[in-house]
Ligand binder design. Structure first.
Ligand code: ADP
Ligand code: ZN
Ligand code: ZN
Length: 724
């Protein structure tokens, strides 16, 4: 009788043994259903065993091994094991969290959702008969005649397609079929691009990590495309990771147009379970050439992977903030090394960790120093000193003049403010009271909803009506304090009644298709002034935009989070890159009370290297990453003293080990945001000079921590944390 070791989604870092008649090596990596306690659970077979420590009489037998699906490949299991070990997450919980959700169910649904729709001969014959006034139908027909319609773009026609499918006018395709279309034309490479490609090609085959550093608009994408082209031509697969917000139908289409004969899939958490399963299945079967995805795509099972690209490698969305708290960028580098293939990390503002890796020669740096379009020049960045030119309702006189100029010339402007809602707070003008969230250690944010106002907590989601009078002193003189996107939009409408204004933040962009509509409106010049949070700054090309105004950026300079300035700089570089793309010189005006700040100076010079050098110097002095390696033990409980006491016990339990490994354990402290949804949060920082020392310490330490009583609290470990 064979014994299988099974990974289960339980919070214990161990595997479970089961009897499995007839199980063999070919079952490693297969899904299995086993009895666990009173219930059945889905697990994954990770190993075979000769004997078990569990007495034979107590060993239970598996209920069923799922042999419908190919087993997860050995490379995938190895990757998952690495992630579990490195991020100190139980192996079973890790493995199961990496499977598509449908495979965690006892009875997984059939993977039948199609990837794309293709017009049939009958469909083609039917087109002339479509009623000319049936606009949606005609649009659908037109679209299908251009080639396969991926499900991700089929949203507006969903009902129609179901009907056409039933009638036999369209066929569902399993993977994105090769299209007869000719690939979109390749531009002539710029000298920088050519040099970057030559360097990559000249390198010996095998693992190499490349940092592709280039300002916004320098044409990093073209470099990726050429490398992908070569990988595909060699019969290998390419994996392209993009930040969450970048995975748009436009991005997908751009890749598809360039590689029409490649079988391409997109993978992100927004996919329906059935779709995700189908995509996964196609990968397991090797029926995929090109994977485009967000962070979770780094764990796609691929058997011919030849190249990994991580675009905007500094982006915070690569870090998973719950469960297995992994960094997709770091896992990608590990995977590339494991597979002995090249990886390209691209960014205009690389993470300081990455920048230092390049400086130390671990990564090789490729520079794209000029913008790809010959006429596109970098915008002039000017600072508006708000101590002199005091803003009224957020807008300084200089900024208003600049906006006026653009309106007069028929050019577009973008105002960037990283605050959604109407105003960050509602306060009492008589006594200074600010309305707090009753459940969090944060203020509620004032939002406008039609004619009414409401208070929302951006941390726990609590929604309340604003009080009529001050809860503290009874004064009716309650006022909004500060600016949010909604209020700015209102102010602009009063200031420029003739201007067409469009606001873009999470509240307006959450609807499906909102982004596409926005882009269209902006490109059709149906918008004069855009108001938005950081989501507008990402990856959009606005050819008629010549002015970017930045409001409220100083706030990040005052943040206690040591990464806040790094993030601000990346955002400002990104937003500045929106101006002046198609030959029109752009201008960026930053309102600040600290015009001498080195961050703004470096921004004016478009000089990331200078900024990075300053930051690294500070980090070195403070012994912050990348000059040290950190882990954060977090605890949350109803009372802060409970959380702190637990962390203190954890600290005591680790002191001797820490000394032995040369690791520092700091004192437990309340988190920066100490209370969220009535839970008090505390944390304990662990810091070491080297990754190895930190890893050596964490394993045995956490084993001890697991033994501590923790009935009334929840704790977790975050290795290489980004948020404090
Ligand atoms: P990045 O990703 O570095 O911000 P993009 O890849 O978006 O830059 O390129 C910016 C613009 O330049 C795009 O419109 C792109 O089509 C164009 N572009 C890129 N490479 C070339 C080239 N070699 N010749 C002409 N245009 C190019
Ligand atoms: Zn008051
Ligand atoms: Zn709250």
């Amino acid at each position: 009788m064979s014994i299988v070791r099974v990974a289960l989604d339980v919070p214990l870092p161990k595997l479970f043994d089961y009897l499995a008649e007839g199980a063999g090596r070919a079952d490693i990596g297969r899904r299995v259903i086993v009895p666990f306690g009173q219930r059945r659970q889905v697990g994954l077979i990770v190993e075979l065993a000769q004997a078990s420590e569990v007495p034979a009489a107590q060993l239970k037998a598996v209920i069923a091994i799922d042999r419908d699906l190919p087993p997860m490949p050995a490379e995938w299991l190895k990757l998952a094991r690495f992630a579990a070990t490195y991020y100190q997450h139980p192996l079973g919980a890790t493995l199961l969290s990496l499977l598509p959700p449908a495979l965690k169910r006892l009875r997984p649904p059939r993977a039948e959702a199609p990837t794309a729709y293709v017009l049939t001969a009958a469909g083609l014959a039917h087109i002339p008969e479509i009623n000319p006034r049936a606009k949606a139908q005609r649009q659908l027909a037109e679209r299908l005649q251009q080639g396969p319609l991926p499900v991700s773009e089929a949203g507006p026609w969903r009902g129609q397609l179901r009907l056409w499918h039933r009638t036999g006018w369209v066929e569902a395709a399993e993977t994105m079929p090769a299209s007869p279309a000719t690939p979109s034309a390749k531009p002539e490479l710029t000298p920088d691009q050519a040099a970057a490609l030559a360097a990559v090609r000249a390198a010996p085959a095998g693992f190499a990590a490349w940092l592709l550093h280039g300002v916004t608009g320098s044409g990093k994408t073209e470099v990726y495309l050429r490398l992908i082209e070569e990988a595909l031509a060699a019969g290998r697969q390419a994996l392209v990771l993009v930040p969450e917000i970048h995975l748009t139908p436009q991005t997908e289409a751009a890749f598809r147009n360039r590689f029409p004969s490649a079988r391409q899939i997109s993978l992100h958490s927004g996919l329906a379970d059935g779709e995700r399963l189908r995509v996964w299945r196609a990968c397991l079967d090797g029926r995929v050439d090109l994977v485009l995805g967000t962070r979770l795509a780094v764990f796609t099972p691929l058997n011919r992977l030849g190249l990994i690209v991580v675009d905007e490698e500094h982006d915070a969305s690569y870090k998973q903030q719950e469960g297995l708290r992994y960094s997709a960028r770091d896992v990608a580098v590990w995977r590339a090394r494991q597979l002995d293939i090249p990886i390209v990390l691209g960014s205009a503002t690389p993470a300081l960790e990455t920048w230092r890796n390049a400086a130390r020669g671990r990564y090789r740096r490729l520079e794209l120093s000029a913008r790809a379009h010959a006429e596109a020049v970098l915008p002039a960045v000017k600072l508006i000193d708000t101590r002199v030119d005091r803003p009224r309702l957020g807008l300084s006189a200089s900024l208003i003049r600049a906006l006026q100029d653009r309106l007069a010339r028929g050019e577009q402007s973008l105002l960037f403010i990283n605050r959604r809602g109407y105003a960050p707070t509602l306060y009492c003008n008589a006594c200074g009271y600010v309305v707090p969230c009753p459940r969090c250690s944060a203020h509620q944010v004032l939002h406008r909803k039609g004619e009414k106002f409401e208070l929302r907590c951006h941390h726990c989601g609590l929604l309340t009506r604003p009080p009529e009078v001050c809860p503290d002193c009874g004064s009716p003189d309650l006022r909004p304090a500060g600016q949010g996107t909604q209020r700015l939009e209102e102010t602009l409408a009063t200031q420029f009644p003739e201007a067409r204004i469009l606001r873009i933040d999470r509240d307006t962009a959450s609807r499906r298709g909102a982004f596409a509509a926005m882009r269209e409106a902006v490109n059709a010049r149906a918008v004069d002034i855009l108001v938005g949070t950081q989501i507008v700054t990402k990856g959009h090309d606005f050819p008629h935009l010549t002015l970017v105004g930045v409001l409220g950026a100083d706030q990040a300079l005052l943040s206690p989070d040591f990464r806040a300035t790094e993030r601000l700089f990346a955002q400002l570089m990104q937003v500045a890159g929106r101006a002046g793309r198609a030959g029109r010189p752009g201008e960026v005006l930053v309102q600040t009370g600290y015009p001498g700040h080195p961050l703004y100076r470096a921004l004016q010079a478009h000089d990331f290297a200078r900024f990075a050098a300053q930051m690294l110097k500070e980090r070195r002095e403070m012994e912050f990453p990348p000059f040290s390696h950190q882990a954060l033990l977090r605890a949350e409980a109803e009372r802060i003293d409970v959380a702190l006491a637990f962390l203190d016990k954890a600290k005591q339990a680790g002191l001797a080990l820490a000394r032995q490994h040369g690791v520092s354990l700091f004192d437990p402290t309340p988190a920066l945001l100490a209370r969220v949804a009535r839970r008090e949060r505390a944390q304990l920082l662990v810091q070491a000079g080297s990754r190895g020392h930190l890893q050596d310490f964490l394993g045995p330490w956490l084993e001890a921590v697991r033994g501590l009583p923790a009935r009334t609290l929840k704790w977790s470990i975050d290795v290489d944390p980004l948020d404090f």
